[in-house]
Design a protein around this ligand. Structure first.
Ligand code: EPU
Length: 423
């Protein structure tokens, strides 16, 4: 278990550099399974999910080398395993589902443990399965193992009944070497969907339309290696922006694509935070009081669900009443109880959280329930009076590189200790 100790009340000043996008790299690493040749991947964040995926790829026969702190060389030419259902911990991770699409695309078969990930209620994979079946695979789920098999994958037209990041990317992975053309309609448009398509195209794939709701994939025979740099992490950037808005001060967040942050910047501006954008950075200034705002999470370009716990935490100290509506997942407000312990006034009814802003939060012992809620609890600690201890089952390190060092470099008083074996 990790324990973060924060002495709150310090304003944040300075610069912080954002790492490569977690939700892009967790798809791009599985995508290397489709490629015969060496892929040099730059801007890879040093996070637990990356370590886990590189361990699985090595177990499958990939050659992996770290060329420098953020560059990996991955060569899956010799991968010869399609059954990774017994790999320990595979069910704890959501992105392991991308190995189904990638193995199916490479070997026409796959056996992978049912994906887990953060607990937000039901997280079905019916749209992934529907897509694989439309491409000609037979898919079954038995004893928490997903098995997929096809004589041959053939391009098809697939309409997604629900806009899903995971299903869009997974079908892209399975279709990239299929015979003929695949069309994904009602596709997800998140920046990491585009990044995976760009990665595959740079390795020889023919994918058009990523970033719109119709993606067309013409199957190619082979993908070969090359070099690719992962985009900056939209959610990591947004988390530091909200941290500065919460603690007060003025910070510059570097290595970002400001366009990806539009919905976050818009809501922070409404709340009275000043945001200046430059080519690859945003500067966030908050010196005065915060105003209440209403936020509804939506697929990109809407406000991201992965920023919902952070913005709710911020609004708990805004002047007036705010309403935050979660429209992507059924159950993503569990952390609200922890904010109440710190003095926040919030009530949750289904997927709606009503916030009555209070003058400030008081430090307390709290826990994190998942990756983004964990980051939100750190933000709560930064703005609270006194000492906050956040107990975290190593969720935060799954997705944030060096969060303690980055926050300390901005002037936060935060430390972290790992208590081995205690969960
Ligand atoms: N859904 C279905 N059927 C499916 C797939 C999804 O009903 O087959 C539903 C989900 O239950 C949800 C909605 O569709 O209600 C959207 O789910 P989506 O598939 O887009 O989410 P995901 O692929 O499971 C990814 C990210 C999440 C992020 C969501 C939404 C990864 C590994 N995970 O999850 O990231 O919240 O997209 O943007 O990319 C995080 O980074 O903390 C995180 C949870």
């Amino acid at each position: 278990m990790d324990r973060y100790v924060i002495n709150g009340g310090h304003r944040l000043y300075g610069e912080v550099c954002v790492s490569g996008a977690k939700n892009a790299v967790v798809a791009i690493l599985p995508a290397t399974v489709l490629i015969k040749g060496r892929c040099v991947i730059e801007n890879v964040p040093d996070i637990r999910d990356v370590k886990f995926l590189t361990n699985i790829l090595s177990h499958m026969g990939a050659s992996i080398e770290r060329l420098d702190a953020s560059t990996l060389s991955v060569d899956c030419t010799d991968v010869n395993v399609y059954d990774i259902s017994d790999f320990e911990g595979i069910g704890d991770m959501r992105a392991s589902y991308y190995l189904i699409g990638a193995l199916l695309g490479r070997f026409n078969r796959a056996r992978v443990g049912m994906p887990g990930g953060c607990d937000f209620g039901q997280r079905p994979i019916d749209q992934h399965i529907k897509g694989f079946e439309r491409l000609g695979a037979t898919v079954s789920v038995c004893d928490d193992v997903v098995s997929a098999e096809a004589k041959c994958l053939r391009g098809a037209s697939i309409y997604m009944d629900k806009i899903s990041v995971g299903a869009t990317i997974n079908v892209m992975l399975a279709a990239v070497r299929a015979e003929g053309q695949t069309v994904i309609e009602n596709a997800a448009k998140e920046p990491h969907v585009v990044d995976v398509a760009n990665f595959l195209n740079s390795m020889g794939a023919d994918i058009r339309g990523a970033g719109t709701d119709v993606i067309k994939i013409k199957g190619v025979c082979d993908l070969t290696g090359g070099s690719y740099a992962i985009i900056p992490d939209q959610i990591e950037a947004g988390t530091y922006m909200v941290a500065a808005a919460a603690a007060g001060g003025r910070i510059t967040v570097r290595n970002v694509i400001p366009k990806h942050l539009d919905s976050i910047s818009a809501k922070l501006r409404e709340a009275g935070v000043e945001i200046e954008e430059d080519d690859e950075c945003v500067t966030v200034t908050r010196l005065g009081p915060l105003r209440s705002v209403n936020v509804k999470t939506l697929p990109y370009p809407g406000f991201p669900t992965d920023m919902q716990p952070q913005i709710t935490t911020l609004l708990s100290v805004a002047d007036g009443d705010s309403v935050v509506t979660e429209s992507i997942f059924d159950f993503r407000f569990r952390y609200v109880e922890e904010l109440r312990v710190m003095g926040a006034q919030l009530s949750v009814d289904g997927n709606v959280c009503r916030i009555c802003g209070v003058g400030g939060l008081t430090g307390a012992r709290i826990r994190s329930y998942d990756l983004r809620a964990g980051a939100a609890m750190l933000i709560a600690g930064l703005m609270a009076d006194g000492r906050t201890e956040v107990e975290d089952r190593a969720y935060i390190s799954r997705g944030y590189e060096n969060i303690v060092d980055k926050l300390r470099s901005l002037g936060a008083d935060i430390t972290m200790q790992t208590v081995d074996g205690v969960y």
